[in-house]
Design a protein around this ligand. Structure first.
Ligand code: UDP
Ligand code: MG
Length: 313
């Protein structure tokens, strides 16, 4: 029987920890597979670490990794995958938006199709703001337009991955992780599973606007060079506009239909337009240089403070 690990990143989730544990364990009871939970406490500042330690003290099938501070959702999931010794892993959110009750069906689908990845596609999303729904829709479609890799639409990190994929993932050296993208990129047999995403059972989203922007830009910059080619296009456009204006004013001077001396508007327009194109180009370049800078420093993606119930402890 294949061993299953459920990876759950937690950041300030004191309101949902008990309920999430209870529901996940109830699902484990119905499984023939040996199963465990790997919680990653991503530098929570509330009761989350205490609650997780309590659970781990009473249940050896629960492992806990405490980060030294908040490193972010993607780093937390990465740590979970790095520390997983099971044959299959399922990534879940602590807030139960991705219901653990679906685990038996996901496992069944994996077995029937012999898939290496079962990615869960959201048919609907309850309890999300209009802004979140719209920005998510836009994000997944932009990513597909920009990237050389084809990503399944409306799919989060809620997915099952098998040992093959885990091993390949663990070989990846980049520190900036867009996990759902990397899992697609790895390849092998990937099968969709459709579900209704539920509302958070308690508490608030831990993804404020600032983190959403960081997440989206990591995804875009690590998976696409199109922003660079786009600014080249913009540069050519600027040159074209320049040539047209030059011809227009020269002919205008010769045939008297444009009075270039009073051409204040066109001069200001040209300066602002070219200035804008240059600033955007430098900005885009800067983003990629920033990534190079971060990756060259090669700092660890996360720092672990303590671990619970790992055999090496
Ligand atoms: N999370 C985390 N670190 C963070 C932000 C979020 O580990 O810096 C966890 C959070 O506890 C949850 C999951 O990532 O289990 C998804 O976060 P959330 O539900 O707040 O995001 P949303 O569903 O609103 O996009
Ligand atoms: Mg959530």
């Amino acid at each position: 029987m294949k061993k299953l690990a459920v990876i759950i990143p937690c950041f300030n989730e004191e309101q949902v920890i008990h309920e999430a544990y209870r529901r996940t364990k109830a699902v484990f009871e119905s499984l023939p597979n040996p199963a465990e939970i790997i919680y990653i406490n991503d530098g929570s500042r509330d009761q989350t670490p205490l609650l997780l330690d309590e659970i781990a003290a009473n249940d050896t099938q629960v492992k806990v990794i405490h980060f030294s501070r908040n490193f972010g959702h993607q780093s937390a999931v990465t740590a979970g995958i790095h520390h997983c010794d099971a044959d299959l892993a399922i990534i879940l959110d602590a807030d139960m938006q991705d219901p653990p009750e679906l685990i038996p069906e996901i496992l069944k689908l994996q077995e029937e199709t012999a898939a290496n990845v079962v990615y869960c596609v959201r048919k609907s999303r309850a309890g999300e703001s209009r802004f979140k729904l719209l920005s998510a829709k836009l994000f997944y479609r932009t990513m597909n337009a920009m990237s050389e890799v084809e990503f399944p639409l409306d799919t989060g990190d809620f997915r099952l991955i098998d040992r093959k994929v885990i091993d390949e993932f663990n070989q990846l050296k980049e520190k900036g992780k867009y996990i759902r993208g990397l899992v697609s990129w790895v390849g092998f047999k990937q099968v969709p599973f459709y579900y209704e995403r539920e509302a958070r059972i308690a508490g608030e989203t831990k993804y404020p606007f600032r983190k959403m922007i960081h997440f989206a830009s990591t995804a875009l910059l690590y998976f696409s060079k199109k922003p660079l080619t786009t600014v080249i296009g913009l540069g050519f456009l600027a040159v074209l506009v320049g040539i047209i204006l030059a011809v227009w004013f020269t002919l205008g001077k010769l045939y008297g239909f444009s009075n270039a001396e009073s051409g204040w508007t066109s001069i200001i327009f040209t300066i602002i337009f070219f200035g804008g194109v240059q600033l955007i180009t430098v900005g885009v370049l800067g983003q990629y240089i920033g990534i190079l800078f971060d990756e060259i420093k090669a700092r660890p993606e996360y720092i672990i403070d303590e671990k619970r119930n790992f055999t090496s402890d």
